[in-house]
Design a protein. Structure first.
Length: 392
């Protein structure tokens, strides 16, 4: 495969040459004789007899010869055989493994499969998720005027967006009021829809009308109903066995009862629901990626519970480094008040600092581990000049 230009015999060098024929992509090339050239388009096969290509910008078109044939001047000779020619197998050699089993299939991988003619491959089934909000106080986000004690349903909108971001099939189960009957009806809808993962938000704390945990204890196996973490202490996880259809075995549905506070809901989604979805989708290494970052300010630690502190990671030069120095480190900047109801603390957060439960203040400049919760392509970075390479 070649670039746009003229196929040549490299030993012919520079000079004026007759254009014997055209070797276009997708056509069978002719045979080139020494002392002549052939126009060749990008992707065209190198004609027999030619051993190099001269790019079109290194040539000039000349008037046709007396016989009417096209002519061209080669101003810069090919450097030798193989110049500007892609050898057969240079992209993908025969017998090469194009994709490994268990790998993610993205846009580039689809292109590779198409290149080798693999139009059908086996993949893990996309998990089916459902999201349900609970609470008498919760109303639709479209509500113009809130009544006493009412709140707009931010959790469901947020969790639906997060669920869709995983690539899963997602069902919106709406809002269930704080009655066992409504909750059971929503649970039955999830079962009938053959949902793999059900996410509920609210109703898992210790209140008199927190019925989600009660319902799960009645119909499912609750594996845990409280976690020593901040935020997200009321997090509940259960597995519900559902009957199979005619002749099919029973199946199970994973149920994550997330807390009602919006930050707690989003943090626990990232820490528990996301890895579960990735595992169901066949990921070899599910879960959030971990990096290390330096704190920009002192942080008071919680003596009772490990904390997941919302931060924005920046790429910064080390203190005292000269301007223009290559290299740097991740610096964690807090997103403001960290109470679990303050959703603004998640707005620009791209990571969660993993802070231990210790009675102390973590000083500024401490290096701690951080879990990435978003793509870092939008991460603030210092301006650096473009690198240059001097030609020798």
């Amino acid at each position: 495969m070649c670039q746009d230009g003229y196929a040549v015999v490299s030993s012919d060098g520079v000079g004026k040459f007759e254009v014997a024929f055209e070797a276009l992509a997708g056509s069978a090339p002719g045979k080139l004789q020494p002392g002549t050239v052939a126009y060749i388009g990008t992707g065209g096969a190198l004609p027999e007899g030619a051993d190099a290509v001269v790019q079109i910008e290194n040539t000039d078109t000349l008037p046709p010869g007396p016989d009417g044939k096209k002519r061209v001047r080669i101003n810069k000779a090919a450097r030798g055989p193989g110049d500007d020619v892609r050898a057969v197998g240079s992209d993908i050699r025969a017998g090469a493994v194009v994709l490994q089993a268990g790998g993610l299939v993205g846009a580039a991988e689809v292109g590779l499969l198409a290149t080798v003619g693999a139009t059908s491959v086996q993949v893990h089934q996309t998990p089916h998720m459902a999201v349900l909000s609970t609470g008498d106080e919760v109303v639709e986000p479209t509500t113009k005027t809130l009544g006493p004690g009412q709140i707009r349903d931010a959790n469901r909108a947020m969790l639906l967006a997060a669920a869709r971001g995983t690539g899963a099939q997602v069902t919106d189960l709406g809002i269930a009021r704080d009655t066992v009957g409504q909750l059971e009806a929503c649970l039955e809808r999830a079962i009938q829809a053959k949902v793999d993962v059900l996410i509920t938000t609210g109703g898992v704390s210790m209140g008199a009308r927190d019925f989600v945990k009660l319902l799960l204890e009645r119909h499912a196996t609750v594996h845990f109903g409280k976690v020593k973490m901040k935020p997200g202490k009321p997090l509940t996880f259960a597995i519900l066995d559902t009957p199979g259809s005619a002749g099919r075995p029973s199946r199970c549905m994973l149920v994550f009862g997330l807390p009602g506070n919006p930050v707690s809901s989003m943090v626990t989604f990232n820490l528990t629901v996301l890895p579960a979805i990735q595992r169901l989708a066949g990921w070899k290494e599910p879960g959030l990626r971990r990096v290390h970052a330096r704190t920009s300010a002192a942080i008071r630690l919680d003596p009772e519970r490990p904390e997941y502190h919302r931060v924005t990671l920046h790429w910064a030069r080390p203190a005292g480094a000269p301007e223009g120095q290559v290299g740097g480190e991740l610096v964690a900047v807090g997103t403001g008040g960290q109470i679990s109801s303050r959703l603004l603390s998640m707005r620009s957060a791209n990571a969660l600092l993993e802070l231990p439960a210790v009675e102390k203040t973590l000083p500024a400049g401490s290096v701690v581990s951080a879990l990435l919760i978003s793509d870092l392509s939008g991460m603030p970075v210092p301006e650096t000049p473009a690198s240059t390479i001097s030609a020798s």
